[in-house]
Design a binder for this molecule. Structure first.
Ligand code: CA
Length: 258
């Protein structure tokens, strides 16, 4: 007698949103998609959910909350070692807000007002990436188990990074991007390719997020982020990872709008 396999667990989402109507609409639509959804109308409530739930597959996080900002909450999570994928809902269509969100460790963002279909697609993309990671065998063919360049060493099995011996906390997406670069050293990678292969966003026109993440990798791993030696812009084409370093050859940062 063999026991039937347990039915697959529905992905669990935590939605942190204080606007009642929007919160209700989000809950309904996520549940229709088959997710198990917990709702929190404040950061305090979100904290309680996180303590009780034993882990979510993704967190949808509004920026403007009654007791704190989504930025603060996201930063706390990351500082505390929680790397659950976070999609931020930013109310203001300002670049500064989006960059802030990504800097505190969010994986993606949507600007309000947004189309529900786009939100659902983004969440699916976050979860897809996570399930691939879980299925990844411990070693995979030619993929390096350790990435070394400049003062950086990255243990791919443990997903731990160090720069000059100091631990660097990488978000899941920063790690994925770094790993993609490391698997393609010396090759020019277009923003579209990176977005498609790392973020799993095909045919998505706005590639500014890629530039933001390159800036983050540079801040983590370049001795002088303004003079990148390893994550190099290739004008009009994209980026190239140069493990051996080309310090001084490239003076520019990201080139938004290429
Ligand atoms: Ca709000």
């Amino acid at each position: 007698m063999t026991a039937l396999p347990a039915p697959p667990r529905p992905p669990r989402l935590l939605v942190v949103e204080d606007e009642q109507h929007l919160a209700a609409a989000l809950k309904l639509n996520f549940e229709l998609e088959g997710y198990a959804v917990d709702m929190a109308a404040s950061a305090r409530r979100a904290g309680e959910c996180l303590l009780q739930a034993g882990g979510y597959d993704a967190i949808i996080l509004d920026v403007m909350l009654p007791d704190t900002t989504g930025f603060e909450l996201c930063k706390k999570l990351r500082d505390g070692g929680n790397f659950t994928p976070v999609l931020m809902l930013t109310a203001l269509d300002s670049t500064e807000d989006r960059v802030t969100g990504l800097e505190v460790g969010a994986d993606d963002y949507l600007v309000k007002p947004f189309e529900l279909t786009e939100l659902l697609a983004r969440v699916r993309s976050l979860l897809r990436r996570r399930s691939w990671e879980r299925q990844k065998p411990p070693t995979r063919g030619a993929l390096a188990a350790e990435i070394r360049f400049g003062g950086a060493s990255v243990d791919c099995e443990r997903q731990e990074a160090r720069m000059n011996g100091q631990e660097v906390k990488l978000t899941r997406l920063e790690f994925d991007l770094l790993r993609y670069f490391a698997d393609h050293p010396g090759r020019v990678l277009s923003r579209q390719e990176l977005q498609e292969r790392v973020w799993k966003l095909a045919n998505y026109p706005n590639t500014r997020m890629v530039d933001n993440f390159i800036m983050r990798l540079r801040r983590h791993f370049e001795p002088d982020p303004a003079m990148p030696a390893h994550f190099v812009s290739v004008r009009g084409s994209g980026y190239k990872f140069v493990p051996e370093g080309v310090a001084g050859l490239v003076a520019d940062g990201a080139e938004p709008g290429d």
